[in-house]
Design a protein around this ligand. Structure first.
Ligand code: G3H
Ligand code: 13P
Ligand code: NA
Ligand code: ZN
Length: 311
């Protein structure tokens, strides 16, 4: 069923495209992501954060991880495209071990808040354990904050390419998420969108492994506008423009994490559907058109990433 994340991403790195890694919290989002991938004939990564695992498991991470695996496995069996299940932002040993035991394809160890040496040590420890059981590992270097005007601040939060080289060599990590100026959520840039492509280029040159872009949602302005028209308060929401995503892929990004674009699409169309069909009380009839739009945004992303037809 669930395929090896490393195989999918190594191929993407060799051939120069990116795979979408889409976060889900429930069955409907998962269905929308998998249907989109199948229709695009694209390999896909579905991901759960620790928060998603807790949500699915009603607070119990073993239950949440098991249900996530079983849902993905059951749907993926019926599909023709490779599907991998990834633990997003694993912050401690317990959540990572839980995901590995439950049957995840890959895990992220996010020790990027720690000093470099400690991040390296923690990552190396996880890599040894995960590789022993055939699970691939993602780590992060630098911090996911927007590029600040202050140069000192910028140097301290963005990835240092020389450190990336040492880090990858020492840890033998499979994929690396270098901080180059993106951030999570719907408000990524105060002014113009700006990413440090020079840094990205160097990190790829020095590491030669699949690279990951977090905080990569586009935050489509038509969707923001629609949500606001139906009562949301999202003015100032801004994401990573399409041309910057394409440039990042050209320079070596092979996994593009996306959560916010699905969330914002869900909220915009849920508001619309509820306000246009005020007598509807069947959640299935409400969700059906809403998740059609979630599926469409996933397909649009997959096409931008260049992974359509790569299954
Ligand atoms: O890393 C951020 C993802 O969007 C997951 O967010 O922790 O709210 O599930 P979450
Ligand atoms: P967005 O908030 O831009 O969708 O980023 C999601 C992410 O990086 C998950 O790890
Ligand atoms: Na991740
Ligand atoms: Zn992330």
């Amino acid at each position: 069923y669930v395929k090896n994340t490393k195989e999918i991403l190594d191929k993407a790195s060799r051939e120069g495209y990116a795979i979408g890694a889409f976060n889900f919290n429930n069955m409907e989002f998962l269905q929308a992501i998998l249907e989109a991938a199948e229709e695009e004939k694209a390999p896909v990564i579905v991901a759960t954060s620790e928060g998603a695992i807790k949500y699915i498991g009603k607070g119990d991470i073993e239950t949440g991880a098991k249900l996530a695996v079983e849902m993905v496995r059951t749907y993926a069996e019926k599909l023709s495209v490779p599907v991998a299940l990834h633990l997003d932002h694993g912050r401690d040993f317990r959540i990572i071990m839980t995901a590995i035991k439950a049957g995840y394809s890959s895990v992220m160890i996010d020790a990027s808040h720690l000093p470099f040496e400690e991040n390296l040590r923690e990552t190396k420890k996880i890599v040894e354990i995960a590789h022993a059981v055939g699970i691939s590992v993602e780590a992060e270097l630098g911090k996911l904050k927007g590029i600040e005007d202050n140069v000192v601040e910028k140097e301290s939060v963005l990835v240092d390419p020389e450190e990336a080289k040492i880090f990858v060599k020492e840890t033998e990590v499979d994929f690396l998420a270098p901080a180059i100026g993106t951030s999570h959520g719907a408000f990524k840039f105060k002014g113009e969108a700006q990413l440090d492509f020079e840094r990205l280029k160097k990190v790829k040159e020095y590491t030669q492994i699949p690279l990951v872009l977090h905080g990569a949602s586009m935050v489509p302005q038509d969707v923001v506008k629609l949500a606001n028209e139906y009562g949301a308060e999202l003015s100032g929401a801004k994401g990573v423009p399409e041309d910057m995503l394409k440039k990042a892929i050209e320079l070596g990004i092979n996994k593009i994490n996306t959560d916010t674009d699905l969330r914002i699409t869900f909220v915009a169309y849920l508001r619309k559907v509820l306000s246009e069909d005020k007598s509807q009380i069947d959640p299935r009839k409400i969700f059906k058109p809403v998740f059609e739009h979630v599926k469409e945004i996933v397909k649009e992303r997959i096409r931008i990433f260049g992974s359509s037809g790569k299954a």
